[in-house]
Design a protein around this ligand. Structure first.
Ligand SMILES: O=C(O)[C@H]1O[C@H](OP(=O)(O)OP(=O)(O)OC[C@H]2O[C@@H](n3ccc(=O)[nH]c3=O)[C@H](O)[C@@H]2O)[C@H](O)[C@@H](O)[C@@H]1O
Length: 421
């Protein structure tokens, strides 16, 4: 049986020989009088004290350390380096929802032209987070650092504005999707209202105050029947809670412009689609189902009228976002622009184009549109954006879907003869 000392402090041959015949007391006496053992004890006590003290400061500095993975010298270095501007007259932009569909494309476009970009995203599981992680990896490869955090985290936002004097905020983080609002209404309030206010509070307190461009939605037009939809039309008849939270966002933004002089531009996006898109949207889920031989549900309006959307290709939206950012500084404007394509296409036509690109016939299940918050059609008047920053969409649905399908087949491994989804 090894002695107690042997278990705690195994002896080095020739240096400290234990006399097994001695009593326990004598063994302890030897142990403490030995120089090397004393040294080890001292080391042990110092380590114990140090770890206790560092644990105390860890606890004292707040609970955020237990819920988020941000902070520290290395982290700040990444943030600052990502925010670095590499062109004269460039901007330093905080992009919220950076791992989202539009957020990824806008971040890449800004970075490519030499602007500084820091991304923020909470990577929630509204749709497959692995797609968001893949977008993050893409951004990372292009030098965009994406922080995992929520826009409701006021401490994180304050820390970010402390670390970087952002000139602009591109606010794209949101709970998207029209129909999901019936399943999870509170997620819309959390992100689109509470999160927006937290972000605007941070912007209000930042020095300098950044100009803000953010994503509203064509859904704010709700039951409006004036065609095409113009920014001057009424928007007080939302058809879904999603639309209502976006409309509320526009009003909230107005108050921050009015009281604190924040420069805020709201962009009403019209059904944006393209590579790296959102799996919850019809063009994406239709593609998945068609390829897997599963049926798709096509909604139809009252009196057998087809539903129609002003589908807008992502590259056109990115141009609109950059145009808005470039013209948003100055004497604290409050602006709202439609960013659409100006040529609505019916949902059956969308399916038809997909069938041709995929070379597979869809199994269609056509049903009357349930009361789910959908509107029968959307159609943008874009003359304001055209006048203000030369917005001019150039991609029709046929061309845009071709690019989407090419990306989809490659991303999900169809080109390599295997299906990973
Ligand atoms: O423009 C906008 O503001 C909105 O555009 C889209 O909303 P939506 O136009 O409803 O886009 P999809 O969900 O892709 O639906 C497109 C069309 O397909 C129809 N649809 C959808 C799903 C389905 O299974 N079947 C079907 O026929 C819808 O009724 C709609 O007419 C986005 O999902 C919203 O986040 C965005 O704010």
């Amino acid at each position: 049986m090894p002695s107690l000392e042997e278990e705690l402090f195994p002896s080095t041959p020739g240096k400290f020989k234990i006399e097994r015949s001695n009593t326990m007391n004598r063994q302890f006496h030897r142990c403490f009088t030995s120089t090397s053992t004393m040294f080890l004890w001292a080391l042990f006590l110092v380590a114990l004290t140090a770890s206790y003290l560092s644990f105390q400061s860890f606890v004292d500095s707040g609970s955020r350390y237990f819920s988020a993975s941000w902070g520290g010298i290395q982290w700040e270095k990444h943030v600052r380096s990502s925010a670095q501007i590499h062109r004269s007259g460039g901007m330093s932009v905080l992009v919220t929802g950076a791992a989202g569909f539009v957020g990824t494309h806008v971040s890449l476009a800004l970075k490519k032209r030499g602007d500084g970009v820091v991304g923020l995203d909470n990577f929630n599981n509204y749709y497959d987070p692995s797609l968001k992680k893949a977008r993050k990896a893409l951004l990372n490869n292009h030098g965009v650092f994406v922080i995992e955090g929520d826009i409701n985290d006021a401490k994180l936002l304050a820390k970010l504005f402390d670390a970087v004097a952002f000139t602009h905020v591109m606010h794209l983080a949101a709970q998207a999707g029209v129909r999901y609002a019936m399943q999870n209404p509170h997620s819309y309030v959390h992100s689109n209202i509470a999160g927006l206010v937290t972000l605007l509070e941070a912007c209000k307190s930042a020095n300098p105050q950044p100009s803000i461009v953010w994503a509203s939605s064509s859904s704010v037009y709700g039951l409006n029947e004036n065609v095409p939809f113009s920014e001057a039309d009424r928007t007080d008849q939302p058809a879904s809670l999603y639309a209502a939270t976006k409309k509320a966002g526009e009003e909230i933004a107005h108050t921050y412009n009015h009281i604190y002089g924040l420069s805020i531009t709201g962009l009403r996006f019209f059904t944006v689609y393209g590579p790296w898109g959102r799996p919850d949207m019809a063009y994406f889920s239709f593609t998945r189902n068609i390829l897997q031989g599963k049926p798709i549900t096509v909604y139809r309006g009252k009196n057998h009228v087809d539903l129609a959307r002003d589908f807008t290709y992502i590259d056109d939206i990115v141009k609109g976002c950059l145009g808005s950012l470039d013209t948003s500084a100055g004497p604290a404007p409050y602006r709202i622009f439609n960013l659409g394509n100006t040529s609505p296409v019916t949902v059956p036509k969308l399916v038809n184009i997909l069938e041709r690109h995929l070379k597979v016939k869809a199994k269609k299940n056509v049903i009357e549109m349930p009361g789910n918050g959908d509107v029968p059609f959307t159609h943008a008047n874009i003359s304001s954006a055209q006048k203000e920053f030369g917005y001019r969409p150039t991609t029709d649905l046929q061309t845009g879907l071709k690019k989407f399908v090419r990306w989809y087949l490659s991303y999900y491994g169809y080109n390599r003869g295997k299906r990973v989804n």
